[in-house]
Design a binder for this molecule. Structure first.
Ligand code: FAD
Length: 498
């Protein structure tokens, strides 16, 4: 028996690795040709795999490490040397991946056993028991269930601090002059530098900047990143979780998603470290609960919703949106301060924090009318933490409201939201106070146009009543001006002059 370790399963404590079995790893470069993936994403995965291989060998494991174009080619070479071998692998969370691997192995005369993927906090059986035969899901209900089941941040039968959710205490904006603690940098070692060079040459069409590369590529570095977050950033993570500050790419976010999604850090370790800090009095409840809600609540939730909603989820488009992404998503060149900052962060680091992703990047694409599948591809290729199972539910369901599988209303807003939660608007040439006419903030006309265009679908949905009471107060003249401005913005978006 040989344990096949995939590139996003780099956890030495994973169940299949607790045997004396040999290990197979295949670094398949052709994956990186499917989309113009961010070079930091490619470098991160390949470097983390090579470090993991070295680490396993140091611990005494026999590791076969194959560099190939495809899994098929890698398996050909492997089975030439080990004909008829039996492999075991943890079931990958992306749709249909396990079955595809099984077929590849069977076609080469071997066998592949898929075992449960234990890199999550909850199992498919846990979620399926809770969800029954439902086909729409609400995160808050799941989250409370998961807190009760795991006992995380619980005080007997009650939530720690008395409330389940401190969302209301996650919405402060920092005072003027505030700067976040510096984000940790994990300088590339020789292996990572070699990989970065390889990626530069092998993928000339990759979108984004290969450097500065600061991501942890080993378990040890990921543990340091977690400690740094808990000790230095967690206290202010809670209050400023929804904030955006000009010139600041990380604020107090944990920057742990890439490491967690690769398996370098188990989500349990992250949740436990945060819970301990709260119990020791080193972190306020709105920080601890805010973080736990993201990991135990959202991350587990989207994984299961994806699992139960594919393949329809990836193709969903209930609002029939068909626009292509505005040019600015590729160039970061736009006068819109919020958009140029957020796209710039993605291009430079393969990262933007949650509020930039939700309330700038996907919100703008939503009200502009972008095809959800195209937006999904952009997120998938641009982010260091992107994998189909996590990107697709976040982009298609949460960000694009292409299905109501996980929310009953769209995350759509005008420029007011960005203005409330950031300091971008004060240095933006567009006027957030204006909806139409020259220099009016593009978010505004697009937002009202979006509500009007999708009235039939959205008016009836529970929580849109207030917004439609504003829609009802606008007269025909106002709607003509809004439509004209929205059309103009879309023209500018296509021409790259936004
Ligand atoms: P923090 O803000 O510090 O949050 C802590 C952790 O919670 C994260 O590391 C992550 O593991 C988890 N988390 C928080 N929210 C989510 C969520 N909605 N889904 C899954 N995990 C969550 N996350 C990805 O890992 N990969 C993606 O490709 C991805 N694409 C996204 C696209 C859109 C449109 C949106 C709205 C969200 C997306 N997210 C994605 C979720 C979330 O934005 C990122 O996990 C988070 O910004 C990562 O930064 P961080 O580690 O600093 O997170």
């Amino acid at each position: 028996m040989t344990v096949w370790v995939l590139g996003d399963q780099l956890d030495p404590s994973a169940a299949p690795l607790q045997s004396d079995d040999r290990v197979l790893m295949i670094e398949a470069h052709g994956f990186g040709d499917r989309l113009p993936y961010h070079p930091q994403k490619l470098a991160l995965v390949f470097s983390a795999m090579r470090h993991f291989r070295d680490d396993l060998r140091e611990r005494g494991s026999e590791v076969t490490y194959v560099e190939a174009e495809t899994f098929g080619e890698g398996l050909d070479r492997y089975f030439d040397a080990a004909p008829g071998d039996d492999l075991v692998v943890m079931d990958p969370p992306s749709h249909g991946a396990g079955e595809r691997l099984r077929e590849l192995v069977a076609a080469r005369g071997g066998s592949l056993t898929l075992v449960e993927n234990d890199l999550f906090l909850t199992t498919p059986a846990d979620f399926d028991d809770w969800a029954g035969d439902a086909d729409t899901y609400r995160q808050e209900h799941w989250y409370r269930h998961a807190r009760r089941e795991t006992g995380v941040l619980m005080d007997g039968d009650d939530p720690a601090g008395g409330e389940w959710n401190y969302d209301d205490h996650n919405r402060e904006t920092p005072p003027e002059g505030w700067t976040p603690p510096e984000a940790p940098r994990f300088e590339p070692d020789e292996t990572t530098r070699e990989v970065i060079e390889f990626v530069r040459e092998r993928y000339p069409d990759a979108w984004g900047s290969p450097e500065p590369f600061v991501w942890p590529v080993t378990r040890e570095a990921a543990r340091q990143a977690l400690s740094h977050f808990v000790e230095v950033r967690l206290p202010e993570f809670g209050p400023y979780q929804d904030a955006m500050v000009d010139g600041e790419w990380a604020l107090c976010h944990s920057l742990l998603s890439a490491a967690i999604n690769l398996g370098l850090l188990h989500p349990r370790e992250a949740v436990e470290a945060v819970e301990e800090a709260y119990e020791a009095g080193d972190a306020p409840i709105n920080s601890a609960e805010g973080f736990v809600r993201q990991v135990l609540g959202w991350r587990e939730f989207v994984r299961h919703v994806y699992r139960r909603s594919m393949p329809e989820l990836a193709a969903a488009n209930q609002l029939d949106q068909t626009e292509s992404l505005p040019e600015a998503y590729w160039t970061a060149e736009t006068d819109m301060r919020c958009l140029s900052e957020a796209v710039g962060h993605v291009r430079d680091r393969g990262y933007a924090h949650h509020i930039e992703r939700l309330m700038v990047l996907s919100n703008f694409a939503l009200v502009y009318g972008v095809d959800p599948a195209e937006l999904d591809r952009w997120f998938h290729l641009g982010f260091v933490d992107a994998y189909h199972w996590v990107t697709t539910p976040n982009v298609v369901a949460m960000g694009s409201f292409a299905t109501d599988v996980l929310s009953s209303k769209p995350y759509a807003s005008s420029g007011n939201y960005v203005n409330e939660m950031s300091d971008y608007c004060s240095s933006c040439p567009y006027a957030v106070s204006k909806t139409t006419g020259e220099n009016a903030c593009p978010f505004n006309a697009l937002y009202w146009d979006f509500l009007k265009e999708n009235e039939e679908r959205l008016r009836g949905t529970g929580r849109m009543g207030l917004m439609y009471s504003h829609v009802d107060r606008k007269d025909d003249e106002e709607w003509d001006a809004i439509r004209a401005r929205a059309d103009e913005i879309r023209r500018m978006g296509r021409a790259g002059t936004l």
